[in-house]
Design a protein around this ligand. Structure first.
Ligand code: URA
Ligand code: SF4
Length: 256
């Protein structure tokens, strides 16, 4: 490693601790981050502003939630849930974050990522990336809480993931961030570990077939619950999120 590489590694590590550290104060208040202009000119806040298209997306997701997901009994997880957790955020989102499955707080409230891992994800989005949680979309591979938060079984993922695919086809994000192995492996149809998948974009095919349609760039990264247990990995997650910002031509917030 050259001196420059060492310096760069330390800087990244410092930034990640400062920006993603659960106890860190906001480095850049979200409002101070330029939201309408980036280094390469105007930055879109959303994939579309056409009101008809946005209404259509909203209606599609509402119908999917109300007529299929809420009463779904396609797998055994239906028995243990308080309620299903469909997803939350903007139907015009440029980025969709996909987690694993609801936990205790999510099952209780019906909203994704509202417990401890959710607090870290929100910090990653707002303090780290300089975006607003409301401007992205957040959902999970699995819509019902597994008992004791165990990892979902392959048959449960197979039963539930058509809902996720429909969400992604409806929102048509420019980038998908897969949080943790179950999300990344499901969306990319691979058994590769998250450690090997993260750090670069992969092609996601919303049709579910690698032969049909235009692929969406997908960035696998560590799940925030894992980052809470392994905080030294935050630097790598921050590298991944910076690649997402760069891909979208969004400014990378810096420590001021
Ligand atoms: N972990 C997840 O994967 N999803 C949630 O919604 C909450 C915690
Ligand atoms: Fe249906 Fe998914 Fe819930 Fe299983 S986890 S019952 S497939 S909504």
């Amino acid at each position: 490693m050259s001196m420059n590489e060492v310096r760069e590694a330390l800087r990244t590590r410092f930034e990640a601790d400062a920006i993603l550290g659960a106890t860190a104060l906001p480095i850049v208040p979200p409002d101070a981050v330029p939201r309408s202009t980036g280094p390469t000119g105007p930055v879109r806040a959303s994939t579309t502003t056409d009101p008809d298209e946005l209404r259509r997306r909203l209606a599609t997701l509402q119908t999917l939630d109300e007529t299929q997901v809420r009463g779904c009994r396609k797998c055994g997880l239906a028995d243990g849930r308080t309620q299903t957790v469909f997803g939350q955020g903007s139907v015009a989102a440029r980025i969709v974050f996909v987690g694993e499955a609801p936990g205790f707080e999510e099952d209780r409230t019906g909203q994704p990522f509202v417990g401890r891992a959710g607090e870290l994800l929100t910090a990653m989005i707002e303090r780290g990336m300089g975006l607003r949680r409301d401007d992205v979309y957040i959902c999970n591979v699995i819509k019902c809480r597994p008992p004791n938060n165990r990892t979902p079984a392959p048959d449960e993922i197979a039963a539930c993931c058509p809902y996720l695919f429909e969400q992604l086809r409806t929102i048509q994000p420019e980038v998908i961030v897969a949080l943790g192995a179950p999300a990344a492996q499901t969306l990319l149809n691979t058994r590769e570990s998250i450690g090997k998948l993260r750090g670069r974009f992969h092609d996601f095919y919303p049709s579910g077939s690698a032969l049909v349609g235009d692929p969406v760039p997908l960035m696998p990264t560590f799940h925030p619950a894992y980052l809470l247990r392994s905080p030294w990995e935050k630097a790598k997650a921050w590298e991944d999120l910076k690649l997402v910002l760069t891909r979208l031509e969004l400014p990378i917030p810096r420590k001021t």
